[in-house]
Design a protein around this ligand. Structure first.
Ligand code: MN
Ligand code: MN
Length: 392
């Protein structure tokens, strides 16, 4: 392509919006070559892509960082990715001792610890408390309205928070310091039975994230618990779970069947090995919100009426699939692609195209698709969420 006069002397190492059959033309610019290289399936879409499909990708690298002493946060909500109305995500980092302050909100909070460790605390409406240390691959869940906190331990930590409302903002939660700052001192004095002089040091505004001393080991942080602890654990060890293993990868599902407190958010942690693919499927319960952890992949979403579009994803991206739209995800790299599938639902549920066809009268499927005997023989009653077949 480098010597093609239509290239106008373009660098052959720079990708151009040109198909092997010659369709397209060089991009004279202005252009962002790095981004074009990250989005090969937008620059030169598969020929099966067609029609108008809303944007289904947003990178945390394109979001505003909230920097505080003690850590940072950034979020992808309906303001960044307008189609993502069901769930919102926050990527947060806390230093050793860094605290996400005592707060609560109207939304359920689900979390995945990416790296490091943290201590979480909560107290429910019956005075039952929950204090636990969480590490890499652990989940936590706080029901809507339940007050809680997060603090980084020795190694600090980084995690993903997911909320069951796309319009959520982590900067607009109900915070203890904010409430104190906006309550008259005499009211606080009356509420706690102290003189106003006992309230001189309280913060004048919401603290959000702040630096504190490292807390001691859990055993040293005992609090009175006359009402015991919460009946359903707020944490779940996802990586300790035995995965579903298929030739293409692994899947770990966490929903209210094995993480009973998590009534509003269901999740699957998926690994697609090199050359593997999350099979053609859809979800019969709700939209899918994705967070890509490592590796690179591409997803094509089929949106009915002849429309389909392919998006490229990498670590730090959020992907989205509207309710019931068909999709698949391929690993495009040479190492495992890991990502989270999230749903505003009490259960994880998916419908496999392959299994559907296998469990439908053969003649009907054959007639519908003019299916060859080879295709009919490939159908599987068993569901393989991630597939990889030997090259034929
Ligand atoms: Mn929270
Ligand atoms: Mn899916």
């Amino acid at each position: 392509m480098g010597n093609d006069p239509r290239n106008g002397g373009a660098n052959p190492n720079v990708p151009q919006p040109i198909r092997p059959d010659g369709a397209g033309a060089t991009d004279f610019g202005p252009r962002d070559v790095m981004r074009d290289m990250e989005n090969p399936d937008l620059l030169v879409p598969p020929v099966t892509d067609a029609g108008t499909v809303p944007n289904l990708k947003f990178s945390f690298s394109d979001t505003h960082m909230q920097l505080n002493h003690g850590g940072w946060s950034r979020q992808i909500t309906v303001r960044e990715l307008p189609i993502a109305t069901t769930l919102a995500g926050v990527n947060m980092r806390l230093t050793p001792g860094g605290v996400r302050e005592l707060h609560w909100h109207q939304q359920a909070e689900w979390a995945f610890m990416i790296l490091g460790r943290a201590r979480i605390t909560a107290v429910d409406q019956d005075g039952r408390n929950f204090i636990a240390d969480v590490g890499e691959g652990d989940l936590w869940y706080f029901p809507p309205g339940i007050p809680h906190s997060i603090q980084g331990l020795e190694e600090g930590c980084e995690f993903l928070l997911v909320f069951d409302d796309g319009s959520f903002s982590d900067l607009n939660t109900l915070s203890i310091s904010d409430w104190f700052a906006h309550t008259p001192k005499e009211v606080l004095a009356a509420n706690f039975g102290v003189p106003e002089s006992a309230l001189v040091g309280i913060p004048k505004e919401q603290r959000y994230i702040f630096q504190a001393e490292l807390p001691g080991p859990l055993e040293t942080q005992k609090v009175p618990d006359p009402y015991g602890t919460v009946p359903k654990s707020f944490t779940h060890r996802l990586m300790a779970q035995t995965p579903i293993v298929t030739p293409g990868g692994t899947v770990r599902i966490a929903d209210s069947t094995n993480f009973p407190i998590s009534l509003r958010i269901a999740a699957a942690l998926v690994e697609i090995k090199p050359g593997g693919m999350r099979e053609l499927h859809w979800h019969p319960n709700n939209d899918e919100w994705q967070y890509y952890l490592t590796g690179t992949g591409r997803m094509t979403v089929f949106a009915a009426n002849g429309t389909a579009r392919t998006f490229d994803y990498r670590a730090g991206d959020v992907g989205y699939v509207p309710f019931a739209f068909g999709h698949y995800i391929q690993n495009t790299g040479d190492r495992s692609l890991w990502f989270l599938e999230m749903f505003k639902s009490d259960r994880f549920a998916d419908v496999s195209l392959n299994q559907w066809m296998a469990l439908t009268p053969k003649q009907l499927v054959q007639d519908n698709l003019h299916a060859s005997p080879a295709l009919m023989n490939s159908l599987r009653k068993e569901k393989w969420p991630v597939v990889k077949y030997p090259a034929t």
